[in-house]
Structures are given as structure tokens and as C-alpha cells.
Write a protein that binds this ligand. Structure first.
Ligand code: BGC
Length: 745
């Protein structure tokens, strides 16, 4: 008894014992489900705190609730690396010395890899960089469909096909978000050009909307569980994308059940009432420098700031929409900054540079390789001549909001020099002068590319050195300056600028061993295609550009990328241009709005090629290898497929060459009879397989009825119509090796 008393007394003396246990409030209790925490947090907020959550407090940040320990929300571009820090109220870089990043290849390159696992690696790596830099939301990836090769931002997107873009965006989003950083998929939706980007009102039929322009967003939301989406600048049905009843409320939040936040594009909000009711959750960038409008705090003047509060206080709008917005914003906090298990991330790690390199190597496309000129035979080559501005120009600075400040960027010339070492002499000549500048928002490339020689002098020099070479590598293309693959401006023509065609033609005459490496995020015209034996599509490859290009040119890596969009022979071979409404028709009533009707409807990219029977310069899905592949006979597991059944198609693919290589086998579905017009064929499966020389592997595709469906705009639903179909197996959209007939019951 004595002993028990003694123990009891001792326990009472222990610090804290006997005092009421401090209760963790539900909103902070990580053992509670997120939705419970959201409701609890919501119930504690004042009206002013709620409104404050819905709009920015600086260029890239919106407030949290300090009183409750809810952190601020920090956004960053996206989508190819983590943008340098900017001044609080301005676009200008802040001049930090610890915000240099790894530049990953542009998303067109990622799409060209046709490898979802590479997309996952991309997302994971860039997500780690974002996390390390303490960002809540990465503003990317972009999945606007490639409608015209003039669109200045195609390089930030994933090509012309909704299925391919959908398959690639999902693992990217998942990879980012596993770091506790939200992916913000952009620009939703129909942001298919940069000309008049704030004033274009897109008129598109529901079939094209649902079949072409929305599926990649839908996949990002439903399969990738994206936590954020960015509204677009353009209008649809006369409402801006950032507050659009149809796109945001009806489709995204209604039909697809999106539970994340809709973030405005920077300066994409125009109207308080619409911003309240039409699905926007967070407003950013409403004034360019954040300080104008004659107010002491411009952010209070945002559409969703004081004007919103005023309407609520006056009883003109209720708080139903506000609570919905705030719930979503709180959910974002719990998924990101308030997730106790959020990893820490890393910046500029070796693994990230290695990832950047392998994404580049997987995405480079060998377009043409006559007489097996490539790979470069370093046992034979004594002198390699490299020509062209893009061999030396830094490509990570420029292009608009995706511009970066990198820890390093290895240029193609340096990459080639590094790889060739002393096995051969590498000589460089400029060939042409494009854009010698290199600065974006205060980040300077630090290169001095000025050259005052005339085009004739530059060509003469290039031709003279080319004549003496074993190989001539011309590296040119576009360069992310205005009208050359850049935000806020489209390209002016399909052709190359700065007289590059002339240089290439002269080089082709001077040396038959000419390789053209095109750096771009868009298709270009190639009037010299017949004169140049080897052509490589090399994209914007980021920090490891030089290594990736060198490894493909020398054969260390066997190219396996395939085009994610068509290279048309001319603009007239593109539906958007042929049918004449690009870049839009100004209204006669004096309003700034420019209407643009997508007259080609669902016939975008190869769908247009098939319908019009045009002959592209290079087809969607095209890409060569240093080895060869034989496609065996494809067989289906059944002849007749029930509505709820799946169909499995298998075929053997053999590497018939003497090098290891990867092939992207593509499955297209052709609907032979349909009540509505349909494309001749549509991509519904692909598989990238790596094969050793002589190796054969079975490739399997399994499809359900969604692969056979079209969007019936009168019924407003997806329909798989019974009837005859064919599965086409191809090495590209125009290189079909095999067809299997089947029927849907
Ligand atoms: C671009 C977005 C970008 C944002 C923030 C806008 O001009 O359209 O893609 O994320 O700026 O930089």
C-alpha cells in the first residue's frame, strides 16, 4: 500500500503529469482524414482570411493563414525546370545565387520519347527540384494540342495527339506530386496559339473539344489526380478560360469531378463576377508589375480581393462559392506544405542531370539517314566540322515564362567536342547569325554571339571548312527568341529564318556527308530535304543538350524517339491554315475579341493528313533507328468483341539489325462504318520495346470499348457503335505494317 502511494506521488511530481492533455485541433491532426481537417480549418477562418486565400500577395505567392499555421502558397514555372526567383512584385529575377536549376528537355522532346516511364522520371526529378526550392505548385506540364506549327508555345506541350499526350502527362503529374508539390496542368483549354492570346475566342464543335482538345487534361485529372489546373488566357463561348462556366464548372469540376484548385494564368482574370461564379479558385498576376492601379497594395484590388469582399459585405453575393474555393485551397495545403511526410527534394543533383540526359537521348528523333551516314564513325573520321549558331547558343534562356537560370548547359558543340576527344579534329564555323542576344528577365546567358560578317562571308567560311571534312554537322533551327518558338508570339512562317536554308544548300553541295540537326519545338520546312542525307530532330534539350546530341550522333545511344506531331510539307497541308481562319477574325463591333473557328474540327494533325491524303514531310510517329525491326503478324484474341469485353492484339517484333535498339510500336484503330464522320484512324496504344540484336519480343495491346468510341455531340456522351473495326499496327502513322479486323457487338 505504501509502495503504491509512493509511486502515485512520484508520478504526480513528473512534469506535465495530471495536467489536461493539450488537444491537437482537428485541422492540425495529421491522423485525421484531409476532408475533416479541411472542414475544421474552414470553420476557423474569418471572411477576410478566406478572401485573402483566393488571390496573390506577390508575383508568384499567395498568403496562407499565419495565425493558424497554414503556410503561404508558392508557385513556380515550369514546365522544364524551376524558374529563378523573381522580385516580390516584378518579373525581373531577384538575383539570388542559389536558385540555379537543372533544365530538363522541353516537353515536345518528352512526348517524342513515347515512354511513360521517362515521363515519370521527368516528373519525379523536376518535382524534387521544386520541393527543394520550397514550391507548393509547379506551373506545368502543358498539354495543349499542337494545332498549328506556328504556335509559339508548342515546345512546352506534348504534340498533336490526345492519346499520346494523355499517356505521357499522367506519370509526369504523378512523379511531381509524389514530392508533395502540386502539378498545375496548363493551359486549360484551347490555348492553341500565342497571337492574340488574351483575346481569341475559340469556336469549336463539341466533338473536337471532347475528342481532341480535352482528353489529355481529363487524363491528368482523372488518372494523374492533378491537384491544380491553370485556366487559359483565351476565351471559349465568349468567356475567358480562367473563369469559364463551361470548361471549369460544367466539365472540369462537374463531369470530371476535379477536386483541386483552378489557378488563373498570370493576368488571365478580367471580371469579378465571373471569377466568383465560374470556377476560378486562385487569382494571380492581374497587374504586370503588381504595383500599378494607384493603390497602396495592388493585390487588394485584384478581382477576387476587395471587390469580392465588398460584394459579399453588401449582400450581393453569398459565400457558397467562396467556401468552395477555400476548401480546395486548404486541400492543396494538406496535400503539399502541410503533409508531414513530404520529402525534402534536391536541387542540381547528379541524378537530375542524368535524368535530363536520358530524357533527351530517348526523345531525339532520327528523321532521315540515307546510306547509313549516321552514326558517325569515329574510327574513320579525322575531321568533323560543326556549323550553325544553335551549336553554341544557350537555349535555356528565352522562350517566355519557361526560361531558366541553369547551373550549366552543355552546348551541342561542347558535347560533340567532349565526346570526340582527340579521336578527331572538331572545327566550328558560324554559318549564319541568328539572334546573338541572350537575356530574359535579367538572367543573362553571358554569351557574346555578335558577329558582324556578312551572310556571304559566313557561308564562304563554312563551305571552305566543310569541303575538307569527313562529316559536316549543321546545327540550326529555331531559338526561342520572338517568333522563333516563344511565348506571346507565333512564328511567322514554317521556314527557317536567318538564311539557314541557303547555308544548308551550300553545305550539301560542298560535302555529301552532311548531317542537319534541327533544334526546335515545332515542325519546320526543309526545302533541302532531298539534298541532305541525314536529318536529326533534336528539340530544346536543356542542361545536357550537348551530351544527348553527341551520344546519338556517335551511336553511343541508338535513337528511338518518334515524332509527336506531323511535319507538314507546307502550311496549306494543315487544317487550321487550309481552312483559313488562323489567326482569327476581328469582330466588326469594335470589340477587342478575335473569333477563331476551328473549321477542321476533329481533323487535326495526322487525322487531317489521312482525310485529305496529303503527303507530310515527316509523319506523326515517324522516327528511325540505327538498327532495323521486323514486325510479325498481328493476331487478335477474338473476332467479335462484346461491349464490356476487351480485345487483345499481339505481335512479335524482332530486331533484325546488329545493334541494340528500341522501337515504338503504334496501334491505331480504324472504324470502318460509323454514323458520324470519323478520322481514318486514331492512335489507341503504343509500346516502346528494347531489343538486343536478333531478339524477338511479343508486344501486346489490350483495348476496351473506349478505344473504339467517339463523342456523340447530340447525345453528349461517348459512344462505341457496333460494327466493323480494324486495328492497324505501325512504325509510324504512315508506315502501317499490319491490320487486324474485328467487330464490336
Ligand atoms: C504563362 C504561364 C506561366 C505564367 C507565370 C504566363 O504568362 O502563360 O504559362 O505559368 O505566366 O509565369
Amino acid at each position: 500500500m505504501k509502495l503504491i502511494k509512493y509511486i502515485a506521488c512520484s508520478l504526480l511530481l513528473l512534469p506535465g503529469f495530471g495536467q489536461a492533455q493539450q488537444e491537437v485541433p482537428t485541422y492540425l491532426d495529421s491522423s485525421k482524414p484531409i476532408e475533416e481537417r479541411v472542414e475544421d480549418a474552414l470553420s476557423r477562418l474569418t471572411l477576410e482570411e478566406k478572401v485573402a486565400l483566393t488571390h496573390a500577395q506577390s508575383k508568384f505567392c499567395s498568403p496562407g493563414v499565419a495565425r493558424l499555421g497554414i503556410p503561404e502558397f508558392w508557385m513556380t514555372d515550369g514546365p522544364h525546370g524551376i524558374r529563378p526567383e523573381v522580385l516580390w512584385d516584378e518579373w525581373e529575377q531577384a538575383g539570388w545565387t542559389n536558385d540555379s536549376c537543372v533544365a530538363f528537355p522541353a516537353l515536345t522532346c518528352l512526348a517524342a520519347s513515347w515512354d511513360p516511364e521517362i515521363a515519370r522520371l521527368y516528373g519525379k526529378s523536376i518535382g524534387e527540384e521544386a520541393r527543394y526550392r520550397n514550391k507548393t505548385v509547379l506551373l506545368g506540364p502543358g498539354v495543349n494540342i499542337y494545332r498549328s506549327p506556328l504556335n509559339g508555345r508548342n515546345f512546352e506541350y506534348m504534340g498533336e495527339d490526345p492519346y499520346l499526350a494523355g499517356k505521357m502527362v499522367v506519370p509526369y503529374v504523378q512523379g511531381v506530386q509524389q514530392n508533395g508539390v502540386a502539378a498545375c496542368v496548363k493551359h486549360y483549354a484551347l490555348n492553341n496559339q500565342e497571337v492574340n492570346r488574351h483575346t481569341t475566342n475559340v469556336i469549336v464543335d463539341d466533338r473536337a473539344l471532347y475528342e481532341i482538345y480535352l482528353p489529355a487534361f481529363k487524363a491528368a485529372v482523372q488518372e494523374g489526380n492533378a491537384w491544380a489546373i491553370m485556366g487559359s488566357y483565351n476565351l471559349y463561348k465568349n468567356q475567358h478560360g480562367c473563369h469559364n462556366q463551361y470548361l471549369l464548372n460544367d466539365i472540369l469540376k462537374g463531369e470530371w469531378g476535379f477536386d483541386g484548385v483552378v489557378v488563373s494564368d498570370w493576368g488571365g482574370v478580367h471580371n469579378t463576377q465571373e471569377a466568383i461564379t465560374n470556377g476560378l479558385d486562385m487569382e494571380f498576376g492581374s497587374w504586370t508589375n503588381g504595383l500599378s492601379n494607384g493603390a497602396s497594395n495592388a493585390y487588394d484590388n485584384y478581382y477576387l480581393a476587395d471587390p469580392y469582399l465588398k460584394l459579399i459585405r453588401e449582400g450581393k453575393v453569398g459565400t457558397k462559392e467562396l467556401d468552395d474555393k477555400v476548401r480546395r485551397i486548404l486541400r492543396l495545403a494538406y496535400r503539399t506544405t502541410m503533409d508531414r511526410n513530404r520529402p525534402y527534394g534536391s536541387l542540381c543533383s547528379e541524378a537530375h542531370f542524368a535524368a535530363a540526359r536520358s530524357i533527351g537521348e530517348e526523345g531525339i528523333v532520327l528523321l532521315q539517314n540515307r546510306n547509313d551516314l549516321l552514326p558517325i564513325d569515329l574510327n574513320r573520321a579525322k575531321r568533323i566540322v560543326v556549323i550553325g549558331e544553335n551549336a553554341i547558343k544557350m537555349m535555356t534562356v528565352g522562350g517566355g515564362s519557361s526560361s531558366l537560370k541553369v547551373k550549366y548547359e552543355l552546348s551541342p558543340l561542347d558535347g560533340i567536342r567532349k565526346r570526340v576527344g582527340d579521336q578527331a579534329e572538331v572545327i566550328y564555323a558560324r554559318g549564319y547569325v541568328g539572334d546573338p542576344s541572350g537575356e530574359y528577365n535579367g538572367v543573362k546567358s553571358g554569351q557574346d554571339l555578335e558577329d558582324s560578317r556578312s551572310p556571304e562571308e559566313l557561308i564562304a567560311e563554312a563551305v571552305a571548312v566543310a569541303k575538307e571534312a569527313d562529316y559536316v554537322i549543321f546545327i540550326g533551327g529555331l531559338n526561342k527568341s520572338a517568333h522563333q518558338d516563344c511565348e506571346d508570339a507565333d512564328r511567322k512562317e514554317l521556314g527557317l529564318s536567318y538564311g539557314q536554308d541557303k547555308v544548308i544548300t551550300a553545305l550539301a553541295k560542298a560535302n555529301k556527308n552532311l548531317i542537319v540537326v534541327n533544334i526546335s519545338g515545332n515542325a519546320i520546312a526543309m526545302p533541302w530535304v532531298k539534298e541532305v542525307p541525314a536529318i536529326v530532330q533534336a528539340w530544346y534539350l536543356g542542361s545536357e543538350a550537348g551530351s544527348a546530341i553527341a551520344s546519338v550522333l556517335t551511336g553511343d545511344v541508338n535513337p528511338s524517339g518518334k515524332l509527336p506531331f506531323t511535319f507538314p510539307a507546307s502550311l496549306q497541308d494543315v487544317g487550321a491554315h487550309k481552312l483559313g481562319e488562323y489567326p482569327g477574325t476581328p469582330r466588326s463591333d469594335g470589340s477587342p475579341i478575335v473569333d477563331q473557328k476551328y473549321n477542321e474540327g476533329i481533323f487535326v494533325g495526322y487525322r487531317w493528313v489521312d482525310k485529305e491524303k496529303t503527303k507530310p514531310l515527316f509523319s506523326f510517329g515517324h522516327g528511325l533507328s540505327y538498327t532495323t525491326f521486323a514486325y510479325g503478324k498481328a493476331v487478335a484474341d477474338k473476332k467479335v468483341m462484346g461491349q464490356d469485353e476487351t480485345l487483345t492484339i499481339t505481335l512479335p517484333v524482332t530486331n533484325t539489325g546488329c545493334r541494340e535498339g528500341s522501337e515504338v510500336i503504334q496501334l491505331y484503330i480504324s472504324d470502318l462504318q460509323s454514323s458520324l464522320p470519323r478520322p481514318v484512324k486514331e492512335l489507341k496504344g503504343f509500346s516502346k520495346v528494347k531489343l538486343a540484336p536478333g531478339e524477338t519480343r511479343e508486344v501486346t495491346f489490350t483495348i476496351g470499348k473506349e478505344a473504339l468510341s467517339f463523342f456523340d455531340d447530340t447525345r453528349h456522351e461517348w459512344v462505341a457503335e457496333p460494327g466493323k473495326f480494324e486495328a492497324w499496327i505501325g512504325a509510324s502513322s504512315t508506315d502501317i505494317r499490319n491490320k487486324v479486323a474485328f467487330e464490336l457487338k
